[in-house]
Every structure is written in C-alpha cells, then in structure tokens.
Design a protein around this ligand. Sequence first.
Ligand code: FBP
Length: 552
Amino acid sequence: MNKSPLQLARYQYQPKLPGMLRNGISEICVKNGNPTESVADQEKIKALFPNTYGKNEITFQKGQNTSAAKKQVVGVILSGGQAPGGHNVICGLYDALKATDKENVLYGFKGGPSGLLENDYLIFDDEYINAYRNTGGFDIIGSGRTKLETEEQFAIVAENCKNHGITALVIIGGDDSNTNAAVLAEYFAANNTGVQVIGCPKTIDGDLKNEDIECSFGFDTATKTYAEIVGNIERDANSAKKYWHFVKVMGRSASHVALETALQTQPNICLIGEEVAAKKMSLAQITDYIADSVAARAAKGWNFGVALIPEGIVEFVPEFSVLIAEINELLAGSKADDFNALPSWEEKYAFIQNGLTEASMAVFAILPQGIQQQLFLERDPHGNVQVSLIESEKLFSAMVKENLAARKAAGTYTGKFSPLHHFLGYEGRCAFPSNFDADYCYSLGYNAFMLIQYGFNGYLSKVSNLSKPAEQWIAGGMPITKMMNMERRHGHDKPVIRKALVELEGKPFTFFADNREKWAEETCYIYPGAIQYFGPTEVCDTTTRTLALEKA
Ligand code: FBP
C-alpha cells in the first residue's frame, strides 16, 4: 500500500499517556471512588442491572499493581460511525495488553457487532498494529451498525467468546453501542460467563458525555476539520464578496458539532437545534432570523455571508417534527404502496393534502418542492422519513430567498442574494486524528486494558481533566449504568444512555449567544487553518473551544 509522507511520519508519533499510566504496568493501582447512581429512574435501572448497577467509580494511581496474574484474551469491536482515533484506541489496548504479558492475545472482530455474531475475526500482531498507529479511519477491522440487543444474540456472543477463551470484550461506540455494552455486561455477569465488557466513548457528534466523560473521541478532529473548511469558505466569501454559503454540518441529533465549528470560525449564522426546540421556533421564524442578517449585511454593501446548519435541525423544529410524524403515519404499511403507485406529483400532492392535518399541511406547503419530494422518497428500515437526508441547507436558503423577495417587494431590502450549499460530514470522520485525539484515544485503549486487568465489568474507560496537558489527565473507569435512564423506544420503555444535548445554560452556548448578534451583522470570521501535527504546542495540542469554555 502506498503511504503519504504524513502517514509515515505519524507512525513515529508516540501518543502521550496520562501521567499516572506512565510508570509502567507494574506501578498502576486502583483508587476507589464513590458508588454511583443512574442519571434518572434509579429504581428501574437498578432492577434491570442487578449485577452491574451502583458500582464505584474508580481512578488509577501510581502504586503497586495488585491485579491477579491471569492470561488475558481480549476481543475488540468498533461500532457505528467512524470517528478519528479509533485505530489508536486499539493500539493503546494492544500495547497495554502486551506490556502486561506477551502471551496475552487481542482479537479484532470485523465489521462491527456483526463480527462478534458471525465469528469473523483476526488476531493482532505487531506488524498489523504498526500499520495503523495514529491514522484515521476504522479500516483496521471495519465497523457496522448491527445492534447487539437480544438474548439470542448475547448467547451467540457468549458461545463465540467461550470457544476463543475470551476473558473480556472492548466495545468502542456511541450511546447506543455503549447501552448495548451495559446490557451485555449484565448478561455476562448474570450467566457467570466470566467475560467482562468495557466500553470506550466514541462519536464525532459529541453527545456521549457527562460530568465524568468530558468528551467522546473524534469530536476534536472532526470539528477541527470542519472548522478548517468553514474558515476557508469564510475567506473565500470575504474575498469574492458575492455568495452566501449555507453549510450543513454533521451531528445526527445534537448540535455540538455546529456549535464548536461556530466557536472556532465565528460565522454570521449558526442554528442550534436545542435552542430552536426550547423556544419552539417555527420555520418562518428561523427564516426571518437568517434573512435579518442577510438584509443587515446587504445594507452595508456586504452581499455575502456564512450560515451553519446542524444536520439534526429539522427534528428540533416543533411544527416540522409533527409534520414528519404525520407523514410516517400517512405512509404506514401498505399506504406507501398506494402513494407510490400514483403517477404524477399533482396526484401525490392531493393525497398528501387529504392525509395531513391543516396545520401540518400549512408547513408542508411552504417547503420548496424539492424538499417536499425528499420527504416522500427515502424511508428507513422502520418505514420512517430519514430526517438526516433532508437537505436542510437548501431548505433554509430557499426559504430565505422567498423571504427576501417579499422584503424587496416591500422596499425594505435592496441587496443581492446568491446562495451556495455545502454538506460537511464524511470529510471529517476519518481524518488523521489530531494530537489530542491521538493521545486521548491511545489513553482510552490503554486504560481499558487496565480496567480489564483489575476485573471491572460494565465500565466505560474514562480519561478526564482533558483541558489540561496530558501529563495531568486522570485515568479511571465509570460504570456505564451511571449514564442511563428509561426512554420510550419503538413502543417500549428501555434502559438507555441519555444523549447529552447542547446545554443552553452551559458556557459554550452562552459564549456563542453573547456574541452572535455581532457576528451576524459584522464580518468577524476566524480562519483556523488545517490541523497541525508538528510544531508549537499552542498550535498542535489545543483542545476544542467547547472543552476549554466548559472547564474555564
Ligand atoms: P455515531 O453516532 O455512530 O458515532 O455516528 C454519528 C454520525 O457520524 C452522525 O453524525 C451522522 O448523522 C451519522 O453518523 C451518519 O451515519 P452513516 O455513517 O450511517 O451514514
């Protein structure tokens, strides 16, 4: 395989571990913390997790290693969407496992959770691992979105583990995958399999966090990559002075990615889904808000700007989520076939008009036709509209265009509006991990092995104090049940990890809210440039603005 000079140089990078893990395996011991409680619904979660609920948080510290000598055979999977640094989690895990005992073995199950079910695996060795150090992507073993959630699946996994003599599984995933890790850990404990489960917090979306897990890995690199591109777009906008750029950024639900990208680049507009929901903003109000900025800038002769739109925005607009729910109902079961059989858009439109309530039809009617049709095209396996496929950047630019036309007719706006559209998603998920993510991920993996070695089950690998230099990071573990609550999913109450949405009282949002009025009317762009891997620490080792503000 051909390798770029950067890839070759990154192989040589030695990720930084938290100070307390730097003394060698023989000098790492456990310090017990307090027993934990789930974030809500304590009695219900406790009843569902009798073997793994309420355990203590722990941290590691320098001291005599007292873990029992035992040959470890560990299995690892990557689960869900790619996030920069996944390879380093596996490298850290491998290095700690081999440093403890050369006879220890690491299995990689391929293609995500399905690899565990289908017994599709490889066994890591030095040569294989070394080709992936400090690189982006999940191609080391692949990933997948198969859900591990039924007793039948758990029994198959247990059987496969038994056949390989596996003592522990490491699940590298987001909120859903770690929810499943917790349920699997409970199953293993209840059935005395002797297999432990440790999770690692992954997702570029940044929505797997609490007071212990300060951020999920991949968020740092992905947002720095998006911020580089948005900064470049801003500079082009400010040079050419003729386009308004509508940039949708990934983040299936929460708006952390959009907020962080905005904090790094100071665009004219950034929508935050959580705020839209809290203020119950309508599409028309959001459109007005963007059009106000366009008009104010046009009045200064600036017919250009940049607006960030979070991928998950439309689900937060109350009237839009009602519309989506009605469309799902309208096309439920065989009704979708009736709809698809209609030969023309006019007939389909009449069908829709007949099926929607008056309020939803009013919302539907103001959407550009392209978006109207998108709502009826793609369905997920449950037959629902795939909201993430809606081109919300085009939706808002089209609505702003109409709004400005009305202002022009009323004589209140005289500018020019030429919108361009971008979607930044996959561009950031497999980038070479920033130094922060390379260090953080390697530490998460290394630490996951220490949790295994000390016999913990149902824990998330935890590395905190992340806004400080790595030397001062704190390594330890948090029972996954601490993040759980009960939620309604597909008609059933289920124990799940609570998604961390943008907190409107939190410092990152407050900073943004305090400044956005100025950013909307003036040109306050910041151009972060590309991620730097070599050079001064203030350029190469900075964390996200979100983390810096949260910990300030
Ligand atoms: P995870 O939650 O699995 O980490 O994935 C997040 C994400 O990158 C979202 O930002 C995005 O909406 C989604 O995955 C895209 O999924 P897919 O890779 O299946 O297209």
